[in-house]
Write a protein that binds this ligand. Structure first.
Ligand code: INI
Length: 302
């Protein structure tokens, strides 16, 4: 499973390093994992979607990186305001977009920025979350039973959250004895008003219990009910396997990591903000805290 793709920029001077970080930060990319060691330092700056585009023919921008945004005109103003070097002025493209080009700091190449015109694609009104966790808070309820597996699920979930831009201090982990206790811990996290989504991690193995079906059904039902009743998204990262080998495969080896997958679902659902702020059962205190948190965030963004 491929997890990410990044354009690598390695300037020689520290000043250029900071200039590049400030540049992408200024364009609104989310700061992700960073490190500073003896030999090197680095930081990842994320966008909700990335990939490789292969094209041939005419009409492509001459750039080392291409960014699609909601409004190229707004970013153009931002770029001018910040004194970024404009290589090509903003123009209408014959493929239904507005586009301009910037010189990257430190001679690191060129960046083309474009947005499609409103009427170019008849878009249906699709509500869809983004894989951007910056500013979002997460709760993780994880079972200690089969810790050999669940700790791998937890590591996968934390890795996914950090890569999506969540900050460590915005992630609260609660450990419980077994899968059966996960729904209650998840519901408690959801009702605290301190999280935008909850991730539930556990591992139930058929060979280890005669009441496998009942346990799996109850845990699934309990997590679903906690989500419905609190209005806070709950991601299901519970492995139900026939054997330990199957569990190992789904916890980071051959078949990916279910903790990672659940965390990304939580990020997407958190960004959808599904009615979690109008939960009918969330405690009054929790609601007040959530509302105050929302006001603080809005003030910070302005
Ligand atoms: N808990 C698990 O998380 N996985 C299992 O496979 C499991 N088995 O096999 O029984 C399990 N049992 C413990 C259960 O979740 C509760 O913690 C326990 O019954 C106390 O309430």
């Amino acid at each position: 499973m491929i997890k990410s793709i990044h354009k690598l920029l390695v300037p020689k001077r520290e000043a250029d390093f900071h200039a590049l970080v400030d540049f992408f930060d200024g364009l609104g990319l989310a700061r992700g994992e960073s490190w500073k060691g003896r030999r090197s330092q680095g930081i990842k700056l994320h966008v909700p979607e990335a990939g490789v585009e292969i094209g041939m023919g005419r009409g492509f921008p001459e750039a080392d990186l291409v960014v699609e945004c909601d409004s190229a005109d707004i970013l153009y103003e931002v770029a001018k305001h910040r004194g970024f070097r404009i290589a090509e002025e903003i123009v209408d493209c014959d493929w239904g977009a507005r586009m301009f080009t910037l010189e990257l700091p430190a001679g690191a190449g060129r960046l083309a920025i474009f947005s499609y015109n409103e009427d170019w694609r008849a878009k249906p009104q699709v509500g869809e979350g983004k894989l951007n966790a910056s500013g979002k808070r997460f709760g993780i309820a994880v079972s200690r039973f089969n810790a050999f597996i669940t700790e791998r699920l937890l590591a996968g979930a934390l890795d996914a959250l950090r890569r999506a831009g969540a900050r460590s201090q915005h992630i609260q982990v609660v450990r419980v004895p077994g899968a059966f206790e996960v729904p209650l811990a998840a519901r408690t996290l959801a009702r605290s008003g301190k999280v935008d989504a909850v991730i539930c991690l556990a591992c139930i193995i058929r060979g280890e219990t005669s009441h496998y079906e009942q346990l799996a059904n109850e845990v699934t039902r309990g997590i679903g009910q906690a989500a419905q009743e609190t209005g806070v998204p709950h991601a299901y990262g519970v492995l139900t396997c026939d054997s330990l080998e199957q569990a190992i495969d789904r916890a980071g080896l051959k078949l990916g990591n279910k903790g990672w997958d659940a965390a990304l679902s939580a990020v997407e659902m958190a960004s959808l903000r599904v009615a979690s702020r109008q939960s009918p059962v969330a405690s009054k205190a929790g609601r007040r805290k959530q509302e105050a948190g929302g006001r603080r965030q809005r003030r910070r963004r302005r």
